[in-house]
Design a protein around this ligand. Structure first.
Ligand code: C5P
Length: 397
């Protein structure tokens, strides 16, 4: 099942490192080639000799090993793999990864790689629950790093709780899932999602009721087909999916900047409910309540992110998909919107209150393309996303 795959297995310095020797065997049983990288601390728990014997590979340990650099530099080492697995991933390694450190071979490889990275955290329960570790975990997930475990149970240190490294079969399954060759492998897709918040003054803002559910489902479905997804999200209720790079923004203008910075992309899906207007002037102080006088808010138009990307000359993604939430004449309005904005496809839906779609779990959409309009039956937002992701994969060939 993993035949022909090359996995770079980084051992962090923790007692669970002994389990990773077994992980080498289990991955090899499934046909993968496993190249071990040991940190200095890992060598306190397992020997390079055992890692080398079990993997039947040279073990990499030192960034400044000139022989290694002559044979295979650290950049090449990180790129030659199909997947990088860090097991056990200690609190210290997580902190270094989250902070972008590159002061030994393992951290340098992790910074240099262009492949997916899967970490299996392992540490004492208090270290796992420490706000610093949880902050680092959130940052790593936001960078698109995949995680497996930790499990809950009795630990080597005598305490009980979450922090124990995931069992080897769990890590193998996660590695297999991360290596799945979907039809969108090697493709980059940008997805916008959620509402935007436009400040009125430092304490008040304009918002809308978008939960981010549909955009999140689209990003998850695209990632499941193997795409590298950059997920640009406003302040949404629904948490972002795992395994995608998350860029958090507040305003429409920040969203546009983040989308531009994420390009080039093979496709872009604009599922965000972007505020149409913002305040004409920045208001650095809280607007005071004055007796007998109501404030007058002056608006300016926000940039249309979909239209500006759809109408860009060079660097335009090959496929640009917009959403259209309508309450009447759905097909006609959406078709007109597609033409006006210059996007390739519009996913139109009826958000009249009686449909229960806005904020609900289901959606009934019409896909409008060059070929005409296609009504899809009412289905879960996850199913709409899967179907749309499959169509995108088909269109990108
Ligand atoms: O014009 P309307 O808001 O109905 O268009 C909806 C589509 O346009 C959605 O795909 C939405 O994400 C996108 N949009 C945008 N920037 C805006 C307004 C809408 O990208 N300022």
């Amino acid at each position: 099942m993993l035949a022909g795959k090359r996995i770079l297995l980084i051992f962090g310095g923790g007692i669970a490192a002994f389990k990773s020797l077994d992980l080498i065997r289990r991955l090899r049983d499934r046909g993968a080639a496993v190249v071990p990288v040991l940190t200095r601390a890992a060598e306190e728990f397992v020997t390079p000799l055992s890692a080398s014997a079990l993997s039947a590979q040279k073990v990499y340990r030192d960034l400044f090993d000139l022989t290694d650099e002559a044979e295979m530099g650290h950049i090449e080492l990180s790129r030659a793999a199909d997947l990088v697995v860090v097991a056990p991933c200690t609190a210290d390694l997580m902190a270094k990864m989250a902070g972008g450190h590159a002061n030994d071979l393992a951290t340098t490889v992790l910074m240099a790689t262009d492949k997916r990275v899967l970490i299996a955290p392992a540490m004492n329960v208090r270290m796992w629950q420490h706000p610093a570790t949880q902050r680092n975990l959130a940052a790593l997930r936001g960078d698109g790093i995949l995680t497996v475990g930790p499990d809950e149970g009795a630990m080597a240190c005598g305490e009980f709780g979450p922090g124990r490294m995931a069992e080897v079969p769990e890590i193998v399954a996660a590695a297999q899932a991360a290596l799945m060759d979907g039809p969108l492998k090697g493709r980059h897709v940008v997805v916008t999602s959620g509402p935007t918040h436009e400040p009125i003054d430092p304490v008040r803002y304009i918002a809308n009721r978008s939960s981010g559910a549909q955009g999140t489902a689209v990003a998850r479905a695209l990632a499941a087909l193997g795409a590298r997804v950059t997920f640009v999200t406003g302040p949404a209720e629904v948490p972002p999916p795992e395994g995608v790079a998350v860029i958090r923004v507040e305003t429409a203008r920040q969203m546009l900047d983040a989308v531009r910075a994420a390009l080039p992309a093979d496709a872009a899906v604009f599922a965000a409910a972007v505020a149409d207007w913002r305040m004409a002037e920045d208001q650095p102080q809280k607007i005071k309540k004055t007796a007998g006088a109501l404030p007058v808010l002056e608006f300016a138009e926000n940039p249309d992110i979909l239209a500006s990307v759809a109408q860009m000359g060079s660097g335009r993604p090959g496929l640009v998909v917009g959403f259209a939430a309508e309450t009447e004449a759905v097909r006609n309005n959406a078709a007109a919107k597609r033409a006006r904005k210059g996007c390739d496809w519009i996913v139109a839906n009826d958000v009249s209150p009686e449909t229960g779609i806005m904020g609900g779990t289901e959606n009934a959409v019409t896909l409008i393309t060059d070929a005409g309009a296609e009504d899809w039956p009412r289905m879960g937002k996850g199913d709409v996303a899967n179907r749309l992701a499959a169509r995108i994969a088909e269109a990108l060939g």
